[in-house]
Design a protein around this ligand. Structure first.
Ligand SMILES: Cc1cc2nc3c(=O)[nH]c(=O)nc-3n(C[C@H](O)[C@H](O)[C@H](O)COP(=O)(O)OP(=O)(O)OC[C@H]3O[C@@H](n4cnc5c(N)ncnc54)[C@H](O)[C@@H]3O)c2cc1C
Length: 295
């Protein structure tokens, strides 16, 4: 289908984009990579009156390290994340995630910030950012505010951004030594959304005890899920087989899947258990800097 008619704006600065959003009100939609917005407009699930395209604003396409954080700007694309040496060396979990999003054509345009701003529980980055304890920077007419990622997804296709704000940056704390993470997803075919996905990020102490854990779940609820019970259970423990098994069971019990074309709720819950155990094992291998085990 062809989208309904809309008026198109292409601001050249962030200030100009913010003024436009303020002037045009909630009928305006921001366009970054267009990989979710345009399909929704073509299906006429969304018919915004105004499009504010931020692609010509310079200086928003960075992936950089400063002040103890990895910083990802609003126009950093998935393929840039996938190919970034900084990301591959310090955040393999993010490289895992970018690699399984859609296909190379989509990843050439889609932005990491757009992936979060869309608020789709089937998107892959929300779970990863939950595991990593990221912070989102929202810029609006009154300046910038920081939003903890766990407060960013209040409901289905809803975020904590208001209509006048732009998600300008995602900040992720640099992991301490002996940290490792992994993202695993099962998809029906390459390029599909997850039937379920699990993100795990761990930090160990010198004795191999887990000191921090983050566990995020994809597409098994109305919002991305932070598996808080599994996270709390892992802290203070040595990650032997029994602990991993129990934590994976907790993550499964925290999922809230529904029956749909990708499978029954029971199947998806069990899938979370299996993927969580595998993601924990891979994250542990990476934290200990040892070759990948059998998963
Ligand atoms: C064939 C196909 C397969 C896909 N498979 C996957 C998949 O496997 N996993 C996955 O995670 N995603 C998948 N997607 C979805 C898509 O890749 C993501 O949702 C995409 O990353 C969105 O980013 P974008 O930059 O394209 O956002 P856009 O489409 O431009 O925008 C999406 C929404 O976010 C808002 N928005 C965008 N940027 C900002 C910003 N900086 N500040 C505030 N609001 C903003 C827009 O107004 C819009 O409402 C797929 C898409 C396609 C077309």
């Amino acid at each position: 289908m062809i989208p309904r008619t809309f008026e198109y704006f292409s601001p050249q600065t962030l200030d100009e984009a913010l003024s436009l959003l303020q002037k045009l009100g909630p009928e305006a939609k921001l366009l970054s990579g267009g990989q979710s917005l345009i399909p929704m407009m073509k299906l006429r699930l969304l018919s915004p009156q105004y499009i504010v395209d931020i692609n010509r604003i310079p200086g928003l396409d960075y992936i950089s390290e400063s002040d103890g954080h990895l910083k990802i700007g609003a126009l950093a694309r998935e393929y840039e994340l996938e190919n970034s040496e900084l990301v591959k060396s310090k955040f393999p979990i993010l490289a895992d995630t970018a690699k399984v999003i859609a296909d190379p054509l989509v990843r050439g345009q889609a932005t990491v910030c757009g992936n979060l701003a869309h608020g789709d529980p089937a998107n892959d980055h929300p779970a990863t950012m939950l595991a990593l304890g990221a912070t989102v920077v929202a810029t609006g007419p009154n300046g910038r505010r920081e939003i903890a990622i766990e407060d960013f997804f209040p409901g289905l296709f809803t975020t904590a951004l208001n209509a006048e704000e732009i998600l300008t940056e995602v900040r992720i704390p640099l992991p301490p030594p002996s940290s490792g993470g992994a993202y695993l997803k099962l998809e029906r075919k390459v390029g599909d959304f997850a039937t379920a996905g699990v993100a795990v990020q761990l930090t160990l102490d010198d004795g191999g005890i887990c000191r921090r854990s983050g566990v995020g779940l994809t597409n098994v609820g109305l919002t991305p899920i932070k598996a808080k019970q599994a996270e709390a259970f892992l802290v203070g423990k040595t990650l032997d087989d029994a602990t991993v098994k129990q934590a994976a069971g907790l993550a499964a019990s925290e999922s809230q899947p529904m029956d749909d074309i990708r499978g029954s709720a029971d199947y998806k819950r069990d899938l979370v258990r299996v993927l969580a155990a595998r993601a924990l094992a891979r994250a542990l291998d990476r934290a200990l800097d040892r070759p990948k085990g059998g998963v």
